[in-house]
Ligand binder design. Structure first.
Ligand SMILES: Cc1cc2nc3c(=O)[nH]c(=O)nc-3n(C[C@H](O)[C@H](O)[C@H](O)COP(=O)(O)OP(=O)(O)OC[C@H]3O[C@@H](n4cnc5c(N)ncnc54)[C@H](O)[C@@H]3O)c2cc1C
Length: 448
């Protein structure tokens, strides 16, 4: 098979070396998402080995979804008909040092790109908790890290190239395309096959990470703004038990050689004396270096290291974004549910995300706090808890993470996104017949 061929993965082709490599990525038998809580509705998986082939391939398909690194917990990436993977297309296309941008193929992950950028003296503004995820899948779902001055990962996108349903190549940029661009970056996989993405970069920087244990809730509610402002990126981990934040992760930039002055006491929390996992009982082997040891941005911004299983492994995830101004009230609303939530929860993480202008980003035009739940893999129990949490957070118009589990109705969802009608129009322009739609998009976005 040559580089310009689309491979169809099926049991009939399983003996080919190229297919074996891909089937290992896809999982042993059934094609599932990373967490294994979702078995995809088809095993028709095509992989593009050359960008040139994509327009004609897309044009020919009746229905199609692009599969990224499969890290979504809900069915946003699912298809009953066929998947296209761009995983082999993982090169840096160009690095423009003067414009401070990098353009990459759509199959690349943050874990692949980051060390290459660092070697050239550049950095990204932020990363999610793990580097294993595809850049395009992450930006399409408004994936974020933490830091009250940091927009989500999609805010670094300055241009995209996509193939629309007709097989036409469309180039959109922040500079040229105004609102259309702002509507397209968090595209939920509904606009087309993104083939290239350009990201803003900045000069590389060093960071250090400190973890503090047992921050009393009373201190959190009294000093929330000071705590969030204490570092470049702040993550608060709690199991909602005993009125405390179990762990506070502070990630600070080292500027002009000046390091973070890490006091032994931080609002009543004590500086940890060993590396910790966000779930204190678990080994910190898969976690990024702590204890203030300086290191490059891409080895400190994520919580989890490349080459290891991130997070807990077998788990489900949920996350809700509330306006920053309601952060303390929203946190206290969830805290009141501690008895109900406790038995199903592995850990909660609370992060800050700066406002952006991307139409269906959960941080659209509002500085936000995201309250995240890593659940035990028990969907029957979690599915009963979600409406309870969603009800508590309803007064704050909470927006759910597009890649995680939620039960908010499409009507309510739409009421929380003022640009949703514009987004639907935009999606229809690039995909009038719904080639890229699936059950998730039909239910939550297109209302059919
Ligand atoms: C352990 C773990 C930790 C996580 N931590 C975080 C976190 O810190 N912060 C956070 O916000 N989220 C987090 N997430 C959620 C998740 O990482 C993202 O939303 C995810 O990165 C989506 O990217 P993907 O490529 O894996 O998605 P996929 O599930 O493969 O795809 C997601 C969507 O993007 C579309 N898509 C992918 N590639 C293309 C393309 N080339 N063209 C068009 N559409 C495309 C798909 O069709 C689908 O609609 C975490 C998930 C896991 C499993």
């Amino acid at each position: 098979m040559n580089k310009r061929t689309f491979l169809k993965l099926s049991s009939a082709t399983i003996a080919s070396p190229a297919v074996l490599r891909l089937s290992a990525w896809a999982g042993a038998d059934k094609l599932t998402n990373w967490a294994g809580n979702l078995e995809y509705s088809t095993e028709n998986l095509y992989t593009a080995k050359s960008l040139d082939e994509i327009p004609a391939f897309v044009k020919k398909q009746f229905k199609l979804k692009v599969l990224g690194s499969r890290h979504c917990f809900n069915n946003i990436a699912d298809s009953k008909d066929g998947f296209l993977s761009l995983k082999p297309l993982d090169e840096i296309v160009s690095l423009d040092a003067q414009a401070r941008t990098v353009t990459v193929d759509a199959g690349i992950t943050y874990g692949q790109l980051s060390p290459l950028l660092e070697a050239k003296g550049f950095a990204l503004h932020n990363l999610a908790s793990l580097p294993h995820i595809s850049i395009v899948g992450a930006c399409s779902t408004a994936t974020h890290g933490s830091g009250e001055k940091n927009g989500n990962l999609s805010t670094a996108v300055s241009a995209i190239e996509l193939v629309n349903a007709a097989g036409e190549l469309i180039q959109l940029s922040r500079r040229k395309d105004g609102q259309t661009f702002l509507g397209s970056v968090v595209g939920l996989g509904a606009l087309g096959v993104i083939t290239k993405v350009t990201l803003d970069v900045q000069p590389s920087f060093q960071m250090q990470q400190y973890v503090y244990e047992n921050l009393p809730f009373a201190e959190l509610t009294r000093h929330f703004d000071e705590i969030e402002a204490a570092a470049y990126s702040v993550s608060l981990f709690t199991d909602w038990q005993n009125q405390r934040i179990n762990e506070v992760w502070l990630k600070s930039k080292i500027v002009a050689g000046k390091t973070f002055d890490a006091p032994p006491d931080f609002f009543g929390a004590k500086r940890a004396t060993r590396n910790l996992h966000p779930i204190t009982e678990l080994s910190a082997e898969n976690c990024t270096e702590q204890l203030g040891v300086p290191g490059p941005w891409y080895e400190r911004l994520p919580h989890f290291r490349m080459g290891f299983t991130p997070s807990a492994g077998k788990e489900l995830q949920t996350e809700f974004f509330v306006p920053r101004r309601h952060a303390v009230e929203a946190i206290l609303a969830v805290e009141r549910l501690h008895d109900q939530v406790g038995p199903s929860l592995l850990i909660t993480e609370i992060r800050a995300i700066a406002a952006d202008n991307l139409w269906v980003s959960p941080a659209y035009q509002q500085d936000s706090i995201a309250i995240h739940f890593t659940w035990k893999p028990d969907w029957p129990a979690v599915s009963k808890l979600l409406p309870v949490i969603e009800k508590e957070l309803a007064p704050f118009n909470a927006r759910p993470h597009w890649a995680k589990l939620f039960t908010i109705s499409p009507q309510i969802l739409h009421s929380r996104y003022e640009r949703m009608p514009d987004f639907i129009e935009l999606a229809k322009k690039y995909d009038p017949q719904g080639k890229f739609r699936n059950d998730f998009l039909n239910k939550n976005i297109f209302g059919s």
